[in-house]
Design a protein around this ligand. Structure first.
Ligand code: TRP
Length: 341
């Protein structure tokens, strides 16, 4: 068993990953993968549209794996785990669901927002929205995911922090009432906790259609940047207010030349800089960032057998540590019924 501390983090397979995922979380994963023993989870149990479209979930599993490989996660030193192929997650969720009061889940802001955002089919008779029980399972399952490899660190986007708090409370309670087997995991949010969307909306998200995806071609990125919201209308040579132009939020996030960026802002405020100049700069920066991802992705796309191997090997390792933890949990809960006689 390795001496390194462990990371567990994950993503739900709902489609291609975007710059928000990268700056908010993935960048940390890539950086920390050498220091920690990492489990990266593709959380398919937690995708809400099984009944609707399982093919979409399956495609997204591969999509996510490819994005991970593309950004430079190493599937040999880290484990890519498909959640439902480690059914211990479901088992631990059931045990833990006795520990988590419903009120605690109902107050969970992330869950609240997600429940509101998703359209639920109506109950045919009462016309009330019917919320699947899975919505309540889902944060419990996320707690189970994190506790499963007895993780110390959970690098995530800021919207996931309430789930980590829930995990810490659960770990404390379990350790106190049964046996001290779980570390209290820390959350870690990336350099850019929340990236604005290309439309200027506060958050980049697939459902708003305002993303720049990691797999977008250079042309697509140029086109999306060109169409970006660049603040209130302004003559080409009018000075502007930096805080009113979200393009600067992108430059803050992705421009590593602090001196040039400061100079650009100063010029923008004093004599004006056209949005075209800002956008050209941003396009070049983003394509510089994404080019190596595109190259790696193309290599793997040409050999999907390697992606499959990554998923298989990672899931096998994820299952091994899950079995170990479940033995500890059963022992702690004293579930050895048959040992009575
Ligand atoms: N809920 C996370 C998301 O929507 C994905 C996720 C599932 C996760 N299990 C996790 C994140 C455990 C961190 C730890 O992105």
């Amino acid at each position: 068993m390795s001496e390194r501390k462990r990371i567990l983090t994950g993503i739900r397979p709902t489609g291609p990953l975007h710059l928000g995922h990268y700056a908010g979380a993935l960048e940390n994963w890539v950086r920390l993968q050498h220091e920690y023993e990492c489990y990266f989870l593709i959380a398919d149990y937690q995708v809400s549209d099984y009944a609707d479209d399982i093919a979409r979930v399956r495609d997204a599993v591969w999509e996510v794996a490819l994005d991970w490989l593309a950004v430079g996660l190493n599937p040999e030193s880290s484990s890519f785990v498909i959640e439902s192929l480690v059914p211990e997650h479901a088992e631990l969720t059931v045990w833990l669901s006795w520990f988590l009061p419903l009120g605690m889940l109902e107050r969970n802001p992330t869950l609240k927002a997600e429940m509101e955002a998703i359209e639920h089919p109506e109950d045919a008779r009462t016309k009330a929205k019917s919320v699947p029980v899975a919505f309540y399972n889902y944060p419990v399952m996320q707690v189970a995911n994190i506790l499963m490899p007895r993780a110390h660190l959970v690098p995530v986007g800021e919207d996931q922090l309430p789930h980590i708090e829930l995990t810490r409370e659960t770990a404390r309670r379990f350790n106190r009432e049964f046996k001290p087997i779980f570390p209290e995991p820390e959350g870690l949010v990336g350099r850019v906790p929340r990236l604005v969307g290309t439309d200027g909306n506060a958050k980049m998200s697939k459902s708003r259609g305002n993303t720049i995806d990691l797999k977008d071609s250079a042309e697509t990125v140029a086109k999306k940047v060109k169409g970006m919201y660049g603040g209130p209308p302004r003559g080409m040579h009018d000075p502007g207010v930096v805080a009113e132009n979200p393009i600067f939020l992108y430059l803050d996030a992705f421009d590593h030349d602090a001196a040039e960026l400061a100079d650009l802002k100063e010029r923008y405020t004093r004599v004006g800089v056209s949005n075209k100049e800002l956008k050209d700069r941003l396009t070049a920066l983003l394509n510089d960032l994404l080019d190596p991802f595109r190259e790696r992705r193309a290599r793997y796309e040409g050999n999907m057998g390697l992606v499959r191997e990554a998923l298989e090997a990672g899931t096998t390792r994820g299952r091994a540590i899950a079995r170990e933890t479940m033995e500890m949990v059963r022992d702690a809960l004293d579930l050895n019924y048959l040992g009575k006689y």
